[in-house]
Design a protein around this ligand. Structure first.
Ligand SMILES: Nc1nc2c(c(=O)[nH]1)N[C@H]1C(S)=C(S)[C@@H](COP(=O)(O)O)O[C@H]1N2
Ligand SMILES: [Mo]
Length: 201
């Protein structure tokens, strides 16, 4: 058992404008896609020397990690101490040789959802591709069989039902990023909406 956190410690973990929840709300645009382990695959494409395609079995055979992190949705709920299990992005990066022009990634999901990240933030130590949450397999609605977890950014960057990672040179905005949400999405500086973006960036 971990000691219950003191209220002042908790406050330091909740970004401005956020409210804590113990529930795990489902935030999805559209219904959860169907999962078929026989046809499911995971791809890495774009600015890498050799494209990668793994079957479900091959993906599940990759080395596993655990990590506890906080989750902040731009709709103002935050959920602390999520125990994620899966494959660290650092692990899948061992499977590719990046071309020098690669600077950004686009995450592609079943049913067409996408999100974008700078390469440097995608390969951060705390970013992972998870299939379990709080000791159980992810529910379908929470992204089973595979979701990205990017603890340092708002929840819409934590793409559910991930199928492919595309390495690109020029940044390309994802699903919410073209619909008025901030391209970067740092919850600590409340990067919520695209109108807040610095036009110089
Ligand atoms: N494929 C996909 N991934 C997605 C979304 C989505 O609509 N489709 N919603 C995002 C948003 S806005 C949030 S806050 C988190 C929510 O994850 P949860 O539903 O597991 O709480 O998933 C993100 N990933
Ligand atoms: Mo969200």
């Amino acid at each position: 058992m971990t000691k219950p956190a003191k209220p002042e410690d908790l406050a330091a973990r909740v970004p401005p404008g956020q409210t804590l929840t113990d529930n795990f709300p489902v935030l999805s645009y559209g219904p959860a896609p169907r999962f078929d382990p026989k046809t499911w695959d995971f791809k890495m494409v774009g600015l890498i020397e050799e494209p990668v395609r793994l079957t479900y079995e091959q993906f599940r055979a990759l080395p596993q990690s655990k990590q506890v992190s906080d989750f902040h949705c731009v709709t103002t709920w935050s959920r602390l101490d999520n125990a994620w299990e899966g494959v660290r992005v650092a692990e899948i990066m061992k499977l590719v040789k990046l071309r020098p022009e690669a600077r950004h990634v686009v995450i592609h999901c079943d049913a067409g959802y996408t999100t974008n990240l700078p390469l440097s933030e995608f390969i951060d130590d705390d970013v992972m591709l998870a299939h379990r949450h709080d000791g159980a397999d992810l529910e379908l609605d929470h992204g089973f069989p595979l979701r990205l977890v990017v603890p340092k950014l708002y929840g819409w960057k934590s793409a559910k039902w991930v199928r492919a990672i595309e390495f690109v040179d020029i940044d390309r905005r994802g699903f919410w990023e073209v619909r008025g949400y901030h391209n970067h999405a740092d919850p600590w500086t409340e990067e919520r909406y695209s109108f807040q973006e610095d036009p110089e960036e």
